[in-house]
Ligand binder design. Structure first.
Ligand code: AMP
Length: 229
């Protein structure tokens, strides 16, 4: 975000398969948001090892959420270097118990969340999308059998590697992830709809990606002036 525009802090929500992460990446690229992705932060902590890394690893391996206090400690460290930048939270808060932790962070670091952006997609649409998703095991490029097929069926455009289904896109896991989202995130959204209704923004995530992106810009009031030079 250019220095003449004040920082804008946003939390993004969307079920697995909503396209939330692609949208977050695009916003970060075009507007210079610093992404705050707790999932990535936790995987980094595992790579760094040590006591903390091992505790996190145990949770991730079991498919469990990481305890709130651990996530919070890591978040605090990350935000030490984010002074003055626009923040885009992706993956936090993930439980109702993390909502007051975010409020505590806002007080401690003297920033305030301007918008809670929900990328709304029905469970059926999300499940259909995830079932068609394929990734390249070599370069990580993502495709979709229907929405974004590779040039040659089944192989990566960049390196020709056979495309694979992500392990967490297996049908029973897709279903489980949707249920986890509904159990944890729906109450968070309900909380913000009650306590900060003017800050809750919803975009229809079932449109083509460009339309979702444009809708997000309008919802967040992002204009050309805020675009990264
Ligand atoms: P993600 O990359 O966002 O799908 O996160 C990967 C994993 O990290 C999740 O399945 C959780 O186990 C853990 N995780 C990510 N964010 C949080 C959070 N805010 N609180 C607790 N666990 C989290």
């Amino acid at each position: 975000m250019s220095t003449t525009v004040s920082p804008l802090h946003v939390v993004i929500f969307g079920r697995p398969g909503s396209g939330k992460s692609s949208l977050a990446e695009r916003l970060a690229e075009e507007f210079g948001f610093q992404m705050v992705r707790t999932g990535e932060m936790l995987r980094d902590a595992v790579r760094r090892g040590g006591d903390l890394g091992r505790r996190v690893e145990d949770c991730l391996k079991g498919g469990d959420l990481v305890p709130d206090d651990l996530v919070f400690d890591l978040l605090r460290q990350t935000l030490n270097d984010a002074e003055g930048r626009s923040l885009l939270f992706d993956g936090f808060p993930r439980t109702l118990g993390q909502v007051p932790l975010l409020e505590q962070l806002e007080r401690e670091r003297n920033f305030s969340i301007a918008a809670y952006l929900e990328v709304a997609v029905s469970r059926e649409a999300a499940v259909a999308r995830m079932g068609g998703r394929r990734v390249c095991p070599v370069c990580g490029a993502t495709y979709h059998l229907v929405n974004q097929p590779p040039r040659s069926p089944g192989v990566c455009d960049h390196d020709g590697a056979p495309l694979e289904r992500r392990r967490d896109d297996a049908p029973e896991i897709i279903d489980q992830r949707q249920r986890v989202y509904e159990r944890h995130i729906d109450p968070i959204l309900e909380y913000y709809r009650t306590h900060a209704p003017a800050s809750v923004r919803v975009v229809d995530g079932e449109q083509p990606f460009e339309a979702v992106y444009e809708a997000a810009l309008r919802a967040l009031g992002l204009t050309e002036a805020a675009r990264r030079p």
